[in-house]
Design a protein around this ligand. Sequence first.
Ligand code: OAD
Length: 230
Amino acid sequence: MQKKIVVLTGAGVSAESGIQTFRDAGGLWEGHNIEDVASPEGWAKNQAMVLDFYNERRKKIINSEPNKAHTSLAKLEQSYDVEIITQNIDDLHERAGSTKVTHLHGEILKARSTIDESLIYENRGDITLGDTCEKGSQLRPHIVWFGEMVPMLEGAIEITKKADILVIIGTSMVVYPAASLIQYIQQGTSIYFIDPNRPKVSHDYNVTYIDKNAVEGMDVLLQKLSIEVY
Ligand code: OAD
């Protein structure tokens, strides 16, 4: 049976595709107030502004391409059972060819109803005030905001429990519950963390740090796993 690699990704894996991270210098949260654009309270206060924020992000993502870190992760499926759990709302893992991707924080290329969470629609265009679901309520981006439930969490926990190897890429590990997933690994699971800034992880875990950007770091990881660098 193939070994299972579970990969937790954050904004850093898409940085080399030209998509801004959140908390680095020049990151998205430097120019925007989190509460204004990523919380139910912000939405209640100014829906047009929130829609604009995500309309811009959607355009940026549609015009970006997967980078070599994304494609290396996709090719890893030739040797391992790979499951990706991403905090990213972009579709770059899927476009690179990864087949098992869980989006913990939602997907920018989907819209959803504000009165019925189960009404979710594929959506590549702008969402504007007055765009409604089939029940007549305003559409919003299919994004998990701060203070909201994380519906994909239970599934992500189950996936993490089965990891033989956990790879973490490009996340500051400050947003919960995503950062808590590491707690669910079995004893003996190897952990590799690719990030140029070595985010803090409890000393309880035996982590092999690869202090590099995602693209270069993935090459190092493949070498460590004795896989030919693509
Ligand atoms: P952050 O912006 O908090 O962290 C980005 C991480 O990527 C940092 O640790 C950087 O060192 C690292 N990084 C930067 N460039 C990199 C590169 N080229 N290669 C590899 N790593 C690089 O982003 P996240 O941890 O993903 O949620 O943020 C988590 C959540 O906070 C996001 O999903 C978003 C945000 O608020 C919501 O909006 C709900």
